[in-house]
Design a protein around this ligand. Structure first.
Ligand code: CP
Ligand code: NVA
Length: 306
């Protein structure tokens, strides 16, 4: 599969076969890491890690992934660099393209990532925008495969909560790999029209405001915070709007008896998920966190390896 030089901005740009290729490569790299087999596949390369929002998992997993692949990494954030108000995305892209072999960026508007990719001569990887979080969803699919088997076709994914970057990328990723996808969110917090237009092409997509309908017979139940980064001023209104959208034992009771829960973290126990459901699913949730490392390695190898 030759994807060298491509960007990884959204799963919409990737075919089911390409997504499957990334998942299989991630599983292989994970097995190598576990058995101590070195995989310095990008020896001598360098990747920039740009953070305009905070991060624990994304920063550490990208840094470790780069190190394991034999790459250097350069961390840039908006307070300690010229990025943001002080220098345009276009100029930043052209400068970084002179030093580095790839750029990972976490930012606000998705247009910033698109702009960076337009001006950069090197692959750009989206590590979360207000609209999408494709690295996380590739990771979630890898984790679901580990728990439910390699064939994801026909499995039911339920997402309960905000129509945010996670829900948007899960709808696209889940439908592309052949899963049934059901999402429950209150009116006013639904996914944007471009995501609903994509989903409209699939019979196996359900949008509801009832978490019990979404979770019914689900193989995997997924949620995320009600207030994403950048929305802190809306917290009170969101807490009100999402009352009833907490993943609890009642909602899990209508899912399949062997259903797993996924949460990209950080989690707010008592808001989008109860302490009991979170802890009962700590295994798959922290496997999901670990898998960021392996999935992102697969992305960087595929886009950046000679
Ligand atoms: N899930 C995730 O992206 O976590 P961080 O915000 O800690 O990177
Ligand atoms: N929806 C969350 C995801 C965090 C990883 C946010 O954007 O803050």
């Amino acid at each position: 599969m030759n994807l060298k030089g491509n960007d990884f901005l959204k799963l919409l740009d990737y075919s089911p076969e390409q997504i499957d290729y990334l998942l299989q490569l991630a599983a292989k790299l994970k097995a190598e890491k576990k058995s101590g087999v070195p995989h310095r596949l990008c020896e001598g390369k360098n990747v920039a890690l740009i953070f305009e929002k905070t991060s624990t998992r994304t920063r550490s997993s990208f840094e470790v992934a780069a190190h394991d692949l034999g790459m250097g990494s350069t961390y840039l954030d908006s307070t300690g660099s010229q990025i943001g108000k002080k220098e345009s995305i276009a100029d930043t892209a052209r400068v970084l393209s002179r030093y580095l072999d790839g750029i990972m960026i976490r930012t606000f508007g998705h247009d910033r990532v698109e702009e960076l990719a337009k001006w950069a001569d090197i692959p750009v990887i989206n590590a979360l925008t207000d609209l999408l979080h494709p690295c996380q969803v590739l990771t979630d699919l890898l984790t679901i495969e580990e728990y439910k088997g390699k064939n994801l076709k026909g499995l039911k994914m339920a997402y309960v909560g905000d129509g945010n970057n996670m829900m948007n990328s899960l709808i696209v990723g889940g439908l592309k790999v052949g899963m049934e996808v059901a999402v429950a969110c209150p009116e006013g917090y639904r996914p944007p029209q471009e995501i609903l237009d994509f989903a409209a092409g699939y019979d196996c997509f359900t949008l509801t405001d009832d978490p019990m309908v979404a979770a019914k017979d689900a193989d995997v139940v997924i949620t995320d915070v009600w207030t994403s980064m950048g929305q802190e001023g809306e917290r009170a209104a969101r807490e009100k709007a999402f009352a009833g959208y907490c993943i609890d034992e009642k909602i899990m009771g209508v899912a399949k008896s062997d259903a797993i829960v996924q949460h990209c973290l950080p989690a707010h126990r008592g808001e989008e998920i109860t302490e009991e459901v979170f802890e009962a699913n700590a295994g798959p949730i922290f496997d999901e966190a670990e898998n960021r490392l392996h999935a992102q390695k697969a992305v960087m190898v595929t886009l950046m390896k000679d």
